[in-house]
Design a protein around this ligand. Sequence first.
Ligand code: MG
Length: 244
Amino acid sequence: MRVIFLDLDKTLIGDDYSPEPAERIMGRLKEAGFEIVFNSSKTRAEQEYYRKALGVEGPFIVENGSAVFIPKGYFPFEINTPKEEDGYQVIELGERYRVIKEALDEISAEFGLKYYGNSTVEEVMRFTGLPERLAELAMRRDYSETVFSWRKSGFEAELAGRGLRVSRGSRFITITGDTDKGKAAELLLNLYSKLGGVESYAVGDAPNDFPLFDVVEHAYILGALTHPGAKNISSIDELLEVVL
Ligand code: MG
């Protein structure tokens, strides 16, 4: 079985946030028998929008490795999971949103921080370029925050000192508990491996994808950054050439 982890922002989804350009790629990967797993900083609500638009039905990883959502009954064996929610089994690796927001609220005046939790929907639309409907889905946060802008540097160290992880995505800085995309992917790969042999793939574009590249056999990076375990590709179309 071939499992491919896909980043969304600036990997599968471009600057206009439309799912349509990804349809052909998803179709080709599905035809080739890939298990497709979104692994993104995006929230569950945002990912559900893209899953529906692109016909993706398996497990997915939300908010930068903070939780793995597995549709109930997807794996034909028991999963030790502490939580069931809306037809999913949820394995939580990250921190509660409330804890992260409180840490940011305490230092936001000093560093001049703007993030989902202290922004209006109009501000979120301005910072992110998201249309209103998707901005609202992005604001339904369970495990992480996204810092859009700051007046003074040093807040990263301040948050790290409070035990939180600070990582750079394609556009912004994400604050989570002690987890990353790689930790969540590894957990899910262990579940897939109970079904038989697994060949693992990942595609991303930003430093927050690097921990993911570390846990798969075939990693591809879009754009100019480099990672010792990942091959650079110039477009998502090139991915099809190298993996199919
Ligand atoms: Mg990205």
